[in-house]
Design a protein around this ligand. Structure first.
Ligand SMILES: [Zn+2]
Length: 96
């Protein structure tokens, strides 16, 4: 295995689903970790990663994020990098 190979992040599910009655049922918290050094990358709830949610939201990782900032290991986030119909250029700051 070389350092050039992209590895999938480790996924750990929370012990219990969320119980807050004031919010829609979100399910379990999922946390993504670096498989080499253990750095926590990000977390999302089950309900945040469902396709076709009524409000249109879906957990998404930028296609530009593809390595661990601590140890440099390439990471394969493709399971969380969904195609979106956004005009990304409009979101970017124009620098002079
Ligand atoms: Zn790492």
């Amino acid at each position: 295995m070389t350092k050039e190979e992209a590895l999938k992040p480790i996924v750990r599910k929370g012990k219990y689903p969320t119980k807050d009655a004031s919010i829609p049922h979100l399910g379990y918290l999922n946390s993504l970790y670096c498989p080499v050094c253990g750095k926590l990358f990000t977390s999302f709830y089950d309900a945040d990663n469902l396709p076709n949610r009524s409000d249109g939201y879906r957990f998404n990782i930028s296609k530009e994020w593809n390595y661990c900032s601590r140890c440099g290991q390439r990471i394969d986030f493709s399971d969380y990098q969904h195609e979106r119909d956004l005009k990304t250029a409009d979101d970017e700051v124009q620098l002079d």
